[in-house]
Design a protein around this ligand. Structure first.
Ligand code: 5AD
Ligand code: SF4
Length: 485
């Protein structure tokens, strides 16, 4: 666990403290009383499943929810057949919402057979007003609903759900304080996400994130460095700095700090061997950051630089604040400083008004840049965003056909890039024993490519030099070049 629960339950005061995080430690202790009662009645600890449905930010939030539950006495489980199920939802595309509605049907059936079970929903989808209304009308079996701004209050809300009948709903429209020092239960002992900022101010016209995650707020460098130091002391060798737009980190702090300056400080933390970050907005990527990356031994040679579209006309309608030429010249500049860098991207197909010519501009950028990999998405209309009411919505069939063509281009470009690495020896952080073949270990190179190589579980968490033998598109088979470095 990242932080230890030091709050002492003996002699719990009748009134909770007003200060955070002390208040939440008080409620963790109260929840522990519920779990102890459960254990007495059932002869086992209650099981809790935190199911993450979203991006890396959500994944880190899920680790915080799990940390609170573990401190409260729950046994964590991957199975939704549990005594408490928490869905940490996403809403960036409509299909993310559909997945939640579908799974709720299944949970309802399970809860009918296990009436003591509790169901909690949180995350981005809950910040949409229509969603909460629908839950209140047709999904009364849900016990607790909260949003993105009050996730730190999970213990308090869970305690309320135990004390009170009916659905507990607590959604805040705006972000409150950033609460530090709550527990977190990491999925991997050797690597961790670290939030450096929350929210987004960019209002790309298709994107719901600024509405559900609120305005941009940076954590103080002091708090971030302290967290990274603690993680390193706890055996973490790789950190992933998380924010919707890390390149604008620190602009709104009382004493402004640039993202490059923050990286330089993090690099000094002993024990941390690899630093990653995401996501970078091309409009804010500074020369200072490129220089800092180029001279660093710890910052991974990987940039995730969402393109979204290669058409300058569509980029303008998307409110991205760069055009095709600016994106291409940024890529040139990055590659001049770091020829070995891996570039990955996000692309949306079928944005309102996208013509065949616009689409071909996107294909042209994909060919010219040669991304190491790209996440491609069909445009999804999100209520409340400005693109939702734009004219020229692209018919499904047309968008899907473009999507397949784009995928082919992306795959062609990425196998060419990956193929060129065969024969090299690269440091690989071994992450787990391969699920399909237990004689293999699976890990990641600094540039984020996945490598499978013969090895045993004692390698997990170590950085091993591996010779890349065979390329299978976006992953490699390799062989440890030697086991000691
Ligand atoms: N439709 C499709 N893709 C979207 N993304 C964000 N909003 C939408 C949407 N409405 C994609 C963008 C972003 C990634 C996280 O999700 O490409 O970079
Ligand atoms: Fe959405 Fe744009 Fe903010 Fe990314 S930068 S979260 S795409 S609004």
């Amino acid at each position: 666990m990242d932080q230890k629960t030091e709050f002492c339950g003996a002699g719990l005061q009748p009134q909770p403290p007003a200060q955070e995080p002390e208040r939440q430690y008080y409620f963790i202790e109260r929840c522990r009383r519920h779990t102890e009662e459960f254990e007495k009645r059932h002869g086992r600890k209650p099981k809790a499943c935190v199911f993450n449905m979203g991006c890396q930010m959500n994944a880190r939030d899920s680790e915080k929810l799990s940390g609170i539950l573990a401190s409260a006495g729950y046994e964590l489980s991957d199975s939704e057949e549990a005594d408490l199920v928490v869905y940490n939802t996403c809403t960036v595309r409509e299909n993310a919402n559909n997945k939640v509605w579908g799974r709720l049907g299944y949970l309802n059936a399970y809860k009918k057979k296990h009436p003591h079970m509790k169901i909690a929903l949180c995350g981005c989808m809950m910040q949409e007003p229509g969603v909460v209304r629908r839950l209140q009308e047709s999904y009364r079996f849900v016990d607790l609903v909260f949003g993105t701004h009050n996730i730190y209050k999970f213990a308090e809300l869970l305690d309320t759900a135990f004390e009170q009948d009916g659905m507990v709903v607590d959604i805040w429209e705006d972000a409150g304080e950033i609460v530090e020092d709550l527990p977190a239960e990491r999925k991997y002992p050797f690597k961790s996400g670290v939030n450096i900022m929350f929210g987004c101010d960019n209002f790309c016209s298709y994107c719901i994130v600024p509405y559900v995650r609120g305005r941009e707020r940076s954590r103080s460098p002091k708090d971030i460095i302290r967290e990274v130091g603690r993680l390193a002391a706890d055996g973490v060798v790789e950190v992933m700095l998380l924010g919707q737009n890390v390149n604008s980190y620190g602009k709104n702090l009382e004493e402004p700090v640039t993202f490059a300056e923050l990286l330089t400080e993090i690099e000094k933390v002993e024990g941390i061997e690899r630093i990653r970050f995401m996501t970078s907005h091309p409009k804010d990527l500074s020369d200072e950051l490129i220089r800092t990356m180029a001279r660093s031994k710890k910052i991974c040679r990987h940039l995730h630089l969402p393109l979204q579209s290669g058409s300058s006309r569509i980029l303008k309608a998307m409110n991205r604040h760069y055009d095709k030429e600016q994106y291409l010249s940024l890529v040139r500049k990055i590659r001049e400083e770091m020829p070995d860098i891996a570039l990955t991207t996000d692309i949306i197909v079928g944005f309102p008004g996208e013509t065949e010519e616009d689409f071909l501009e996107t294909v042209d950028v994909v060919k010219r840049v040669g991304f190491d990999s790209a996440f491609t998405f069909l445009y999804s209309k999100r209520t409340g965003t400005s693109a939702a009411s734009m004219e020229g919505q692209v018919p499904d069939g047309v968008a899907k056909e473009r999507f397949s063509r784009l995928l082919e281009e992306v795959q062609r470009a990425s196998s060419k890039r990956a193929g060129a690495l065969v024969g090299q020896v690269a440091p690989v952080l071994a992450e787990e024993v391969n699920e399909q073949d237990a004689s293999l270990v699976t890990g990641r190179m600094g540039n984020n490519y996945i490598v499978h190589f013969p090895g045993t579980k004692d390698l997990v968490g170590k950085i091993v030099p591996v010779r890349l033998r065979e390329c299978k598109g976006f992953y490699f088979y390799g062989e440890a070049a030697c086991t000691h470095i």
